[in-house]
Each structure stands twice: as structure tokens, then as C-alpha cells.
Design a binder for this molecule. Structure first.
Ligand SMILES: Cc1ncc(COP(=O)(O)O)c(C=O)c1O
Length: 463
């Protein structure tokens, strides 16, 4: 199997033949600036124009090869241009690309059976699915389901959460019935703290106590008639916070949240858009915490690079929804469905869950060893291939090292390693490589990472 993983990527990577951005990249970046909005951010962070990509590697137009630890923001779990996925898309291309998005096809049914078969045990065989396009559109559908089914107007969401940026286009749509179904006019979010063990918002002495204090606070908000919080229909959460900083909650936190939700008749929405589809070594991150959500959002990696998203939810909730509950021209794109079946088959047949666990353990241990050696690494956390390395100015003060993270990201890029940041302060380096990365490329990346952390630390020490 290792040979197959080797063959998926460009063996040349990492190889920098001209310091990026090279001349061809610069020219394309210049043209882009004249054609697109100046508000773009990624071309400023990773200054190159992409030529092609394979497995866990990318080639730029100047002939530089990079090891990719970004994976299109946790999308390419089975790697860039996975041949198995590309074949499935090609076969679908020969049949049809788009028609009315709800009309079934064999490919659609095959995908849905596949998807149902990997749902968390508590939902498997007891779920319905709504199809959509982007992560945010799935989240909007999930919130609408919860509000519609619970008939309660308030949603609780966590600090550090990222669920997307759609703005309720339905408000501008004239059909009153559709506004009503989507529940958007009344959107009302109450923000609650997330148990962030390294920076607990409560004065806790350890992660478990942090989780316990946050749960007590949520319980208080829900049970005190004077808390000012209205009728809560759902709590939406990321089982491991993504954009917020790859934050793993304390072990029993989600179980406690499940208990509170059950006690108060509240639905739990797990947003698995970033953490799902094998990234953490299980199909879904919630499985690590032994809970079943009532509603779950799925996108990113499931489409192998084709935009597609889903909401899976308890089938008894379906009876509460009306026809035309969720609309959109491009839901369940046939290319995405074909890709999705292939993604699931590939993860299964190549045992990628096991690979993400074992290589993920190895990788987190390497980062933890580095944490012992370097003052700028304050915390390392994660599960599987979802690992956050939090940079600080000093371990003692924990002052966030946002500038350090930006500088490190730039230096890694110039050495041929693509790694992005996240976190409340933008100071967390996140490891989200494709699960098919070869051991050789993983080690090459870890070496570059340590070398650059070492030289940055030295420079900072020297002032
Ligand atoms: C957990 C989570 N939910 C929702 C989204 C939004 O997805 P999209 O960007 O496809 O709208 C993201 C995107 O990063 C995400 O990480």
C-alpha cells in the first residue's frame, strides 16, 4: 500500500528551483489583481500560481514542487487528483452533468447508500439526508431543520466557531413561505464559551475542570429564568474546533453537552464539515467522544474537491418538515455524488482511517517533542490528521505569537512546505495534510518544520 501512496504524489516534492513567487507566478498574480477584487487573502499568503497537483503535493507554474499540508482546507483527504476519484468523475461526465437536482439516478442512490453506511452508529439506519452545495448552505439547512422541528427560535453557538458566511439570501426572496421554512428572519444566536484547554475562559486548573465549568455555565443559562436567554432549539458545535484553532474539547465535555441538551429538549447539531470524512481517524470526530448528534453537517472532503454538502439528521425530525424545505439549483451535483462514492470507497479500501490514526499519532508526537525543545511552541493538540501547534511569544505568559506564525508560514512556503494558520489570534499552525501523504513527504515536511522553528527561535532569542 505504501507504494501506492508514494505513486499518488510528485516524488520531486519538496523542490524549490526558483524562489517563490517565481516570474510566471508573479505575472499571473499581477493579472489576477487587475481582474478580481483586491479583498482576496490567500494569494497574499501563498504567493504562487498553481499548475497542477497530485496526492499531497503541488506544482507551481515556475516548476517548484511543494508538500501540501493544507489539502484545500481539509478537502482533499484522499489527495489531489486521486485516480480512483477522477475516474468516477470521468464516467459521470460521460453520462450527464446536471439536470433537476432532486431527480434520482443510480449514481445518486449509490452515493446515498454509501453515505448512510458511514454515519455515526447512533444515526446509521435512522437518518434522513438533505443535499446542498457548500458547507455554509448545509449549516443554514441544519439550523433551519432544528428551528423548524423544535419550534424554538434561539440557537446556541460557541466562541471560536466557524460555520460559514452565507447571509440568508432568502430574506431578499419574495416568497413568504420560503422565508418561513428557512427560519432565517428570526435567527437569534446566543454565544457560549468553548472549553479551550490551553486558554480556558474559566479559571479552571485542568482541562476536565474547564469542560465542567463551561457545562455548568450553559446549564445555568438554560435553567435560570432570569438569564435573558430565550427558548433554545439547538446547540451547534464543532467536535474539534477548526478555524478557531484546532481545539480538542476535554474528554467528557460533549457527553455532558449531550446530557444538558436532552434534559432541556434541545437538538445537537454537529458541524463535521472540517473534521469529518476520516480526517481524525474515524469517519466523524463525534465518534471519538461517544455521542450521537441529532443533526450533522457534512461537506469539504466528501466531494473529493467537487463542491457538495449534506445534512444528515434523525429521521423522526423529517416528519416535522414541509415539502420544498430546502431548495437550490445545484444541490447534489452528479459529479460530486460520483466523486463522493469514490472517496468513501477509497478511504475504506485503503484503510485510511487506520492510517490517519497511526500516522497522526506519529506526527503529533513529533510536534510534542519539538514543543519540549522550543520556547515558541506553547501547545500541541489534535486527533488524527487534525493537529494544531499553537505558537506563543513565551511559554510562561502564553502571549499569542501571531507574527511568529505568519513568519513561519512564509518561511515554510519558501522551503516548499504549505502549511496554514488558524486560531483566535491567528497563531496556530495547523496540520491538515491529505491522508494519503507518503511517509517520505511527511518526514520531509516535519524536518523542514523543525528546522524553521529552530532558526526562528534562535533569532527571537537573540532579539
Ligand atoms: C466547520 C466548518 N463549517 C462550515 C464551513 C463553511 O464551509 P464553506 O466554506 O464550504 O461554506 C467551514 C469552512 O471552513 C468549516 O470549517
Amino acid at each position: 500500500m505504501e507504494e501506492e501512496f508514494d505513486s499518488l504524489s510528485y516524488s520531486e516534492a519538496p523542490k524549490i528551483i526558483v524562489r517563490p513567487p517565481g516570474p510566471k507566478s508573479l505575472e499571473i498574480l499581477r493579472e489576477q489583481r487587475s481582474l478580481e477584487t483586491r479583498t482576496l487573502i490567500y494569494p497574499k499568503v501563498f504567493e504562487f500560481a498553481i499548475d497542477s497537483a497530485r496526492g499531497a503535493t503541488i506544482r507551481d507554474v515556475d516548476g517548484n514542487y511543494y508538500v501540501d499540508w493544507v489539502a484545500g482546507i481539509a478537502v482533499l483527504n484522499v489527495g489531489h487528483n486521486n485516480p480512483y476519484v477522477i475516474n468516477a468523475i470521468r464516467e459521470q461526465l460521460d453520462r450527464y452533468v446536471h439536470w433537476m437536482s432532486e431527480i434520482p439516478s443510480e449514481a445518486r442512490i449509490r452515493f446515498l447508500k454509501n453515505l448512510h453506511s458511514i454515519l455515526p452508529p447512533g444515526l446509521r439506519g435512522k437518518a434522513r439526508v438533505i443535499t446542498s452545495v457548500t458547507g455554509a448552505s448545509a449549516v443554514e439547512a441544519a439550523i433551519a431543520i432544528a428551528r423548524w422541528a423544535s419550534k424554538k427560535p434561539v440557537i446556541m453557538a460557541f466562541e471560536g466557531a466557524y460555520h460559514g458566511v452565507h447571509q440568508g439570501a432568502v430574506m431578499a426572496t419574495a416568497k413568504r413561505g420560503l422565508q418561513r421554512l428557512s427560519s432565517m428572519p428570526l435567527i437569534n444566536v446566543v454565544r457560549i464559551p468553548y472549553p479551550y484547554p490551553y486558554r480556558c475562559p474559566m479559571p479552571a486548573k485542568d482541562p476536565e475542570e474547564c469542560g465542567y465549568m463551561v457545562l455548568s455555565y450553559i446549564e445555568h443559562l438554560l435553567s435560570d429564568p432570569y438569564s435573558g436567554v430565550g427558548d433554545v432549539g439547538a446547540i451547534i458545535f464543532e467536535p474539534i474546533e477548526g478555524e478557531g484553532g484546532y481545539i480538542v474539547p476535554p474528554r467528557d465535555f460533549l457527553k455532558g453537552l449531550r446530557e444538558i441538551a436532552d434534559k432541556h429538549g434541545i437538538l445537537l447539531i454537529a458541524d463535521e464539515i472540517q473534521s469529518g470524512v476520516g480526517r481524525t481517524g474515524k469517519w466523524w470526530a463525534v465518534e471519538h467522544f461517544g455521542i450521537t448528534p441529532d443533526i450533522m453537517t457534512i461537506s469539504k472532503a466528501i466531494g473529493g474537491g467537487i463542491p457538495i454538502s449534506f445534512v444528515a439528521y434523525r429521521d423522526d425530525l423529517d416528519e416535522k418538515l414541509e415539502e420544498m424545505f430546502h431548495l437550490g439549483t445545484y444541490r447534489a451535483n452528479p459529479l460530486g455524488l460520483a466523486a463522493g462514492s469514490a472517496v468513501i470507497d477509497y478511504i475504506r479500501s485503503r484503510n485510511l482511517l487506520e492510517r490517519a490514526s497511526s500516522l497522526g499519532d506519529h506526527t503529533i508526537n513529533r510536534f510534542r517533542e519539538m514543543m519540549e525543545r522550543y520556547e515558541i511552541i506553547g501547545d500541541v493538540r489534535g486527533i488524527g490528521f487534525m493537529i494544531g501547534v499553537e505558537l506563543v511569544k513565551s511559554k510562561r505568559t502564553k502571549e499569542p505569537g501571531e507574527k511568529i506564525a505568519q513568519e513561519l508560514r512564509k518561511r515554510l512556503f519558501q522551503r516548499g512546505l504549505l502549511m496554514h494558520t488558524c486560531g483566535h489570534y491567528g497563531n496556530v499552525m495547523r496540520f491538515m495534510a491529505p491522508l494519503v501523504i507518503s511517509k517520505k513527504h511527511l518526514e520531509a515536511g516535519l524536518e523542514i518544520f523543525e528546522e524553521e522553528v529552530a532558526s526562528l527561535s534562535k533569532e527571537i532569542k537573540a532579539g
